[in-house]
Write a protein that binds this ligand. Structure first.
Ligand code: NAD
Length: 264
């Protein structure tokens, strides 16, 4: 019997097969969950619909998280379809290209607002609506990155958004904890996806993360999916407000010089 048998999950952020949200979807299906998907906009339909169909997912609904109306409509449809929810995954991030890379001091007011609204604030209305559908408690999780805590080259405005997101996770965990709803952040190392391609120099970050991390291996969508499934399962029932690293141990390092470049 799968770890998530009998549980209903709503997953935000599948853009294509490479999306971390898709890795999580596959793990949830494997563990027996019933999964619904929400995607950002029409341009993604030709990628998301076939993936969902192949996996036997019949709830695939659009929701741009900048619109309260679309969020309301999406959850009304989810209520009709699922009745109650046990798991919600937020795997959403966006920043205008010009505010990633370049000089940190040049981050624009508009870019800041957009990045923070989509990548951080959106977790709040999603969690509020999800909580209404979680009478038996539940597990809400969001995807973050280590740049929230330590400076990463070029991550700029997205780093600020991730710091906000991690703090929102802690406050939501405190707010919703008495209802048995857990809220956590998953923090994977770099993975090649559509969003990652928007970070200038990402290829090099990926290369060094694999070379330097204690486990000397790149993280995959499947790795994230497996941790998400555990966290959503009853096994994770006392974990909340946490940032969980899935990065081969990279975050414990102080000095990040590859072994072969260290001189005696
Ligand atoms: P991705 O491009 O596959 O996913 C990002 C998703 O955000 C897309 O599905 C996109 O449609 C959605 N999105 C953007 N604007 C939206 C809006 N207004 N409304 C609704 N959805 C919107 O890339 P990914 O790497 O799988 O990203 C998923 C999450 O994982 C993001 O939060 C990202 O920051 C985080 N993350 C990624 C990495 C990595 O290296 N890829 C590492 C750590 C954390």
């Amino acid at each position: 019997m799968g770890m998530l048998e009998g549980k209903n999950a709503l997953i935000f952020g599948v853009a294509n097969k490479r999306s971390i949200a898709w890795g999580i979807t596959e793990a949830f299906l494997r563990e027996g969950a019933t999964v619904g998907l929400s995607y950002a906009g029409e341009v993604l339909e030709k990628r998301v619909f076939p993936l969902a169909e192949e996996a036997g997912i019949d709830f695939v609904e659009q929701c741009d998280v900048t619109s309260d109306e679309q969020i309301d409509t999406l959850f009304a449809k989810a209520k009709d379809r699922f009745g109650t929810l046990d798991i919600v995954v937020h795997a959403i991030a966006y920043a205008p290209g010009e505010d990633l890379g370049g000089r940190f001091r040049d981050i624009s007011r508009e870019g800041f607002k957009t990045a923070l609204e989509i990548s951080a604030y959106s977790l709040i209305p999603l969690a509020r609506q999800a909580a209404e559908m979680m009478p038996n408690g539940g597990s809400i999780m969001a995807l973050t990155y280590y740049a929230a805590e330590k400076v990463m080259p070029r991550y700029n405005v997205m780093a600020i958004a991730k710091s906000a997101l991690e703090n929102i996770v802690r406050y939501l965990a405190t707010d919703l904890g008495p209802q048995g709803i857990r809220v956590n952040a998953l923090s994977p190392g770099p993975i090649k996806t559509l969003a990652a391609a928007g970070v200038p120099g990402f290829r090099l970050m990926l290369h060094y993360a694999e070379k330097i991390a204690p486990l000397r291996e790149g993280v995959t969508q499947e790795d994230v999916g497996n941790v998400a499934a555990f966290l959503a399962s009853d096994g994770g029932k006392m974990i909340t407000g946490e940032t969980i690293y899935i990065d081969g141990g990279y975050h414990v390092l102080g000095l990040t010089i590859p072994e072969d470049e260290l001189e005696d």
